[in-house]
Ligand binder design. Sequence first.
Ligand SMILES: [Mg+2]
Length: 291
Amino acid sequence: MKANQPENEPPESEFRLTNEAQAKLDDFFRCFAGAARPSLLLDYDGTLAPFRVDRFKAQPWAGARELLNRIQSQGRTHMVVVTGRPAQEILPLLRVEAAPEIWGLHGAERLHANGRREFEQLSPAVRAELDALSAQLKRDAGGGLVEEKPNAVVMHWRGVTPARAKAIEKRTRALFEPAATNKGLNLLEFEAGLELRAGRDKGGAVTAILEESSGPGRHPAAYLGDDLTDESAFRAIKGHGLGVLVRRQPRPTAADVWLRPPEDLRDFLKMWLHACAHLQSNLYDPLLHSR
Ligand SMILES: [Mg+2]
């Protein structure tokens, strides 16, 4: 690691975008010329910030906050964070100058930029079922971390040994899978855990956001995410915008482009800034953006 390298950042890699990925991005950003307000939809953990076992320490990648601030200060982008966390956890970590809209709990909650909150209320029966399962999990978490959300109960096993993770997953599935057959509850798999939940998923959130921003003219939109829970969002944006998998390693995905954080993420945000600067002028030139 270089002496001046931020603590959160992995070593510089030799990775650069493939020609195919670069061509897709250039096509996407050329569409900004003459377009209406573009939508930038962003997952948080693993996408804008590296994972931390203590999720309250997950700070954005070096340089990401500054680029988001510059995009916000241009005033041309509709920026939305779409996260599995409760929405109010994001702003103290993101610490950008102008709050974006945040869809929390995988889309079941919406926190507007002005602070107004909308939440899909659960039926008392669903709430009681989630509470009972949470209590059962906590009695023997086996080294995993139980998280209670307003619409869900979650078991995390990031950071434990593979053998322990397997045991925690087995026990969690035994509790969650029968409950997931109940009306109104769904099992959501992510890379180091399982969530049993009710309400809209990220794909539903993306569809709702895109519907709201539709109207005359072209509306460029991109969704950036890393986890299995982002796949519904990648499917939802297909045909309407660009799905971007942000991850150190590729995997089978419905996204259109793979970017490796943090370098490629920063490049993408710089391209976004450059394209927005030329929204009215038909001047997007892929050779001009600084890489
Ligand atoms: Mg994520």
